[in-house]
Every structure is written in structure tokens, then in C-alpha cells.
Design a protein around this ligand. Structure first.
Ligand code: NAD
Length: 477
């Protein structure tokens, strides 16, 4: 069972849908599907809770967020196991990286609220300006399935820290850890109604939620088409919206690079079976080292072990859903029909059956073809070569996305030069996926609108107010 969480209690719906594990197709839960009345109830409840939560001191809010982090750490094994069964990502990653990160999200924004969210007052011709960060109201948070609790907590923590109340709608393919988090918030002592969860599908539950005119913020992570639908709904009510969308990021390897490092970083792009928004899926390699790079890449990628994500030896698990597998395979088949050559993989792993797709590398891809322009969101990389630095930059930027870029080079000047020209929210130089919560995170072009992280999160989740006070006019005595 997986239900909604509204006003500090479980709420069930008469209509349910099955939550299926990508590992073996088993039914994990019969999930309540929120109807419009239940969605509205969640927003009403969050709005009522806002009246007292907004007046709760920063210190108390921070204390409660730390207690939620304690609860996540206490139930880390359970959260990791449930998330793996729900979305098929590696258990060892959930245990070592993802769930500790969830706890860290709560601790970070608690501490940032208390230590950093301030602004020096300043004087204007005898008047004092005082900038304050006021809580905004009810936030709708809508999240995808590829890193469910990580991405949800990255929004929930700053929203609660800011003094806002929350209605979370997790992805319909991965509803389970949101339900566990709801229990954890209650155990931590978070007042009823401050954090609410509605379960359901995007096109009805999600759409009804973002249409609600009483929302004060919408933060969404997911695909570009959904982002556009949400932006339209938000525009109708003038609700500030943060959109973290898809990508088609390049990984550029120059001839002066440490090639072992370049190969290692390139093969890492198969992590989470390629279902990572930031993945550098377009490998752009300088022609003079392309053969050597490819040999190293194939050796390393061949050694990846595909299988059950609960097995600690597994490197690449299943895709999330049959629909996703068919979509990924469709991209590969059409690319091959269009002249692409398969250097690795190229289809489902028939030995394993189920939803396993072989790590795939394609070359001789036609410029402008969909395999180079559309987000595949699976373990599929393309390999292209370039001769000159300016060609690499042009190829890297030849996309309507702008989420991230990875650069591998031994030349510091080149790194600076190229980085300046890349259109991307994050550029990694000689590394990948190093994330610090103080840093801005988000995408350019169709990869999104806005930045979150550190002050950027508080900018988004708060109504920033400036109060100008004259030095005279007080009645004393
Ligand atoms: P999706 O857009 O299909 O769904 C995301 C969420 O939106 C789900 O909860 C879904 O139910 C909901 N939704 C769908 N239609 C809606 C509507 N009309 N109104 C309101 N809510 C609606 O995305 P997905 O397939 O779950 O996730 C994969 C996508 O997410 C990829 O494009 C990936 O790049 C992107 N992503 C981006 C980031 C980032 O930080 N930029 C991180 C992870 C994933």
C-alpha cells in the first residue's frame, strides 16, 4: 500500500494503480491515485499549516530539519532497499551515496538558513534598508523517478527551511520512499500539514496540482514537455516556477588529456543505466587520440557487470519501465537505420531478459539526427571526433539543451577558454558529478529555468522584502 499523506495522516483513494518493480516485474504496492478533491485538500491543509509554520523561528525549523535527517540516517538501510526495488538503481549507490546525501540535504539547508540567510542592512541618505527573506507560502514540488528521494529532498529541505509548506507529488513509477519520508517527518515532530504527499499520475493528479491558484511556488524536475505544460499552468496564476529539465550533455576529450581519466569518466556515463539528466552522452574526442580512447573505453565498458541492482558486484541495473526500454531501443534502432555503427551493445540484454539494456556506444551518427539531438535517457552514448578546439566547442553547443558539460584536458588555459564558451549550467573539468550544495544548480536553454542550491534556493523559496525606514518620525517618551 502507498497512500497520500495529508495533514499528518494517511489518506487513501478508492482508485489505485500498481507500482511495479523494474527488477523482476513484481507488484510492490497498490498506490492511491489522488482525485482533484484530494489534491485540493492537500493544498488547503498546507495553506492552513503555513500560518503557524511561517512564524516558527528559524532555529526551530532548523532543529526539525536536523531531526528529519536523523530519521533518514536511522532508516537508511530500509530507504535504500525500498528505493532500489522501486526504481532499479544500484543498492550500493543508495547505501553509500544517495541516502546519506538525502540526510545531508536536510542538514545543509538547516545550517544554511541559520548561518547564511541574512543580508547586510544599508543606509540611504539617513534611511535604513533592511532586506528580509519572508516565507512564500505553499510550494508544489514535482519530481521524477530516476533519483526519487534525492531530488525530492533537494527541494523539500530548502522549502521547509524557508518557512514554506509543501505538497509533494512523486513520480508514479517510484512512489514509495516519499511515503516513508512522510513517516519520518512525523516522527521528527514536524507539525501536521507542513509536509504533504499526493500520489498519482502526472496528467491528472500532477496537472490538477499545478493548476491550483493558491500555490506560491512550483519546483519541478523532469522532462522538457512536462516542464512546458507546468510553465503554462504556472503562467496562468503567475506562480514563480523553477524548472530542472533534461539534457544532452557533451563530454569533450582533448588530445592533451590524461586518457585513462577520460576513459574512466566516459564509462561512468553508464551509471544508473544512463538514466541521469547530467550524463555526458555525446562523447566528442579529438581525432588524433580517438582510436586509443576507443580501445580503452571498450576494454573498460566490457568489464561492466550488468544484473540485479541488489547485488553489490553489479555496475549496470535495469531500466525503470518497459515503456522506457522500448523508447531507448527505438532510438538505437532508428539511429542504426540512419547509418550509425554499433561499437558496443546495441540492444536489450536478452540473457537477463526483463528491462536490462546493454551499455551501448554508437558512432558514424548523422549530424542533426535525433540520436544527437533528443534525450534518450538510457545507457546509450555516441562517439564523434573533432580536429580543432573551435569545432569541439561548436559541436558541444549544437543542442537545444544546456544542463552540463564535461571537459577532459591537460591544458589549463584551454580549460578556461573552452569553459567560457560552453552553454551549460555546470561544467566539470577533469571530473564528473562533483556536487556541492552551496553551488548553483540548473540548466540553460531548454534544460530549465532558474537555479537552486545555497542562496539560490532561498531566493526562490522566499519572498524577498526590502523595508526602508526613515531616521526620523519616531515618537519617543
Ligand atoms: P516526466 O516529465 O515524465 O515526469 C516528472 C514528474 O512530472 C512526474 O512526477 C510526473 O508524474 C509529473 N508530471 C507529468 N505530467 C505532468 C503534468 N502535466 N503536470 C504536472 N506534473 C506532471 O519526467 P520523468 O520521465 O519522470 O523523468 C525523466 C526526465 O527528468 C528526464 O528528462 C531527465 O533529464 C529529467 N531530469 C532532470 C533533472 C535535472 O536536475 N535537470 C534531474 C533528474 C531528471
Amino acid at each position: 500500500m502507498s497512500d497520500h499523506w495529508i495533514g499528518g495522516r494517511r489518506v487513501t483513494s478508492p482508485i489505485r494503480f500498481d507500482d511495479i518493480s523494474p527488477i523482476d516485474g513484481s507488484v510492490l504496492a497498490h498506490v492511491s491515485r489522488a482525485c482533484p478533491e484530494e489534491v485540493d485538500l492537500a493544498v488547503d491543509t498546507a495553506e492552513k499549516a503555513f500560518t503557524h509554520w511561517r512564524r516558527t523561528t528559524r532555529e526551530r525549523r532548523a532543529e526539525l530539519l536536523h531531526k528529519i535527517a536523523d530519521g533518514v540516517e536511522k532508516r537508511l538501510d530500509e530507504l535504500a532497499a525500498v528505493e532500489t526495488s522501486d526504481n532499479g538503481a544500484l543498492l550500493r549507490s543508495h547505501l553509500r551515496g544517495v541516502m546519506p546525501r538525502v540526510a545531508h540535504n536536510f542538514r545543509f539547508f538547516a545550517d544554511w538558513l541559520v548561518d547564511e540567510v541574512c543580508h547586510p542592512d544599508f543606509d540611504t541618505r539617513g534611511h535604513t534598508n533592511r532586506v528580509s527573506w519572508d516565507p512564500a507560502g505553499v510550494c508544489a514540488l514535482i519530481t521524477p523517478w530516476n533519483a526519487p528521494l534525492m531530488l525530492a529532498s533537494w527541494k523539500i529541505a530548502p522549502a521547509l527551511a524557508a518557512g514554506d509548506t509543501v505538497v509533494l507529488k512523486p513520480a508514479e513509477w517510484t512512489p514509495l520512499t516519499a511515503t516513508l519520508l512522510a513517516e519520518i517527518t512525523a516522527e521528527a515532530g514536524l507539525p501536521d500539514g507542513v509536509f504533504n504527499v499526493v500520489q498519482g499520475h502526472g496528467e491528472n493528479t500532477g496537472q490538477h496540482l499545478v493548476n491550483n491558484p493558491r500555490l506560491r511556488r512550483i519546483s519541478f524536475t523532469g522532462s522538457v514537455p512536462t516542464g512546458k505544460a507546468i510553465a503554462r499552468a504556472a503562467a496562468a496564476n503567475l506562480v514563480p516556477t523553477s524548472l530542472e529539465l533534461g539534457g544532452k550533455s557533451p563530454l569533450i576529450v582533448f588530445a592533451d588529456a590524461d586518457l585513462d581519466l577520460a576513459v574512466k569518466l566516459a564509462v561512468e556515463q553508464y551509471d544508473n543505466a544512463g538514466q541521469v539528466c547530467l550524463a555526458g552522452v555525446r562523447l566528442l574526442v579529438e581525432e588524433s587520440v580517438a582510436a586509443e580512447f576507443l580501445a580503452g573505453f571498450l576494454t573498460r565498458a566490457d568489464a561492466l557487470k550488468q544484473g540485479d541492482p541488489r547485488d553489490p558486484a553489479t555496475d549496470v541495473g535495469p531500466l525503470i519501465h518497459r515503456r522506457q526500454l522500448d523508447r531507448v531501443d527505438g532510438f538505437v534502432r532508428r539511429a542504426v537505420a540512419d547509418g550509425a555503427r554499433v561499437l558496443l551493445g546495441g540492444g536489450p540484454n536478452t540473457e537477463l531478459g526483463g528491462l536490462y539494456y546493454r551499455p551501448t556506444l554508437l558512432t558514424d551518427v548523422r549530424p542533426g539526427s535525433e540520436i544527437l539531438t533528443e534525450e534518450v535517457f538510457g545507457p546509450v552514448l555516441t562517439l564523434q571526433t573533432f580536429r580543432r578546439e573551435e569545432d569541439a566547442v561548436a559541436m558541444a553547443n549544437d543542442t537545444r539543451f544546456g544542463l552540463a558539460a564535461t571537459l577532459v584536458t591537460g591544458d589549463e588555459d584551454r580549460a578556461r577558454r573552452v569553459t567560457e564558451q560552453l552553454v551549460a549550467g555546470t561544467v566539470w573539468v577533469n571530473c564528473f558529478f562533483v556536487r556541492d550544495l552551496r553551488a548553483p544548480f540548473g540548466g540553460s536553454r531548454e534544460s530549465g529555468i532558474g537555479r537552486e542550491g545555497g542562496n539560490w534556493s532561498f531566493d526562490f523559496y522566499c519572498d524577498v522584502k526590502n523595508t526602508v525606514t526613515a531616521g526620523q518620525g519616531w515618537r519617543h517618551g
